[in-house]
Write a protein that binds this ligand. Structure first.
Ligand code: BTN
Length: 248
């Protein structure tokens, strides 16, 4: 069983508004070393694109907050690092499941969304990067309230892993991939992410603010963009929501 990486600071709370919001408060007050902020329940969980993240008890809510020198374009790539860490944690917690990545930062368990990642960058005396990660250990929202089919480890395996064990698996895996990113660069992360990518080479739908694009999912580029084959040409997408057949 993986134990907590000794050198890493962590704060575990029963309840908080949002671990990313707590990260923001700490970043504004000033930080000089990384810390994991974890909670068993959130009252105001934040999701991507200004959405809420339902955060009942039984799941894992955690944010890795670190001082950063990375410019925003590089910081955004850490989302893929986090997705690989979540994928490894899920494989460790539920070895007989199918774990896949989905652009930009989702991780699917047996084809359904089991986690979410929200990156936020805070500027201040010292710039900081918050990597917020939610993993559905025991609970998941029903299909009618989500745009994507969701699941939890309990729904897929019959039992929910313990919070502490899940947090240790996540933090250890994130530390491994974070070191790969900083020593070898994004190309290794990109290759590992593509090796796990759901529907690579298949048709997907990408919803942008004012447009819906349908095309063949061809690649992840060196800047983290999604590359689609849309017939006669390729199109690169920098931000959007990806939908697979069966999603609403
Ligand atoms: C998504 O919309 O898919 C991203 C969801 C991110 C949720 C996590 S839970 C821990 C951290 N705290 C938050 O308020 N949000 C992130």
């Amino acid at each position: 069983m993986t134990t907590w990486p000794d050198h890493l600071d962590r704060v575990v709370l029963d309840q908080i508004d949002s671990t990313n919001r707590e990260a923001e408060r700490r970043a504004k007050a000033g930080i000089n070393r990384p810390v994991w902020l974890a909670a068993r329940h959130q009252t105001a969980g934040r999701g991507r694109q200004g959405r809420a993240w339902e955060s009942p008890g039984g799941n894992l809510y955690a944010t890795y907050l670190e001082p950063t020198e990375l410019p925003p374009s590089q910081a955004a790539l850490v989302g893929f690092v986090a997705a690989l860490a979540v994928a490894d944690a899920l494989i460790a917690l539920a070895p007989n499941t199918d774990v896949q990545t989905k652009w930009p930062n989702d991780v699917l368990l047996n084809g359904a969304k089991a986690s979410g990642i929200l990156l936020e960058r805070f500027s201040g005396k010292q710039n900081a990067l918050a990597i917020g990660i939610g993993i559905n250990l025991a609970e998941h929202p029903p299909q009618h309230v989500t745009r994507w089919r969701a699941t939890s480890l309990r729904a897929e395996t019959g039992s929910a892993p313990e919070f502490d064990m899940a947090l240790s698996e996540l933090a250890s895996a994130f530390e491994r991939w974070r070191q790969v990113f900083h020593s070898a660069g994004f190309s290794v992360i990109r290759t590992a992410w593509l090796a796990r990518a759901a529907r690579l080479g298949a048709e997907i739908e990408v919803r942008l603010e004012k447009e819906v694009i349908t095309g063949r999912f061809d690649d992840l580029d060196a800047e983290g963009g999604l590359v689609l084959d849309v017939g006669a040409r390729q199109r690169r997408v920098a931000a959007g929501d990806v939908f697979f057949p069966g999603d609403s």
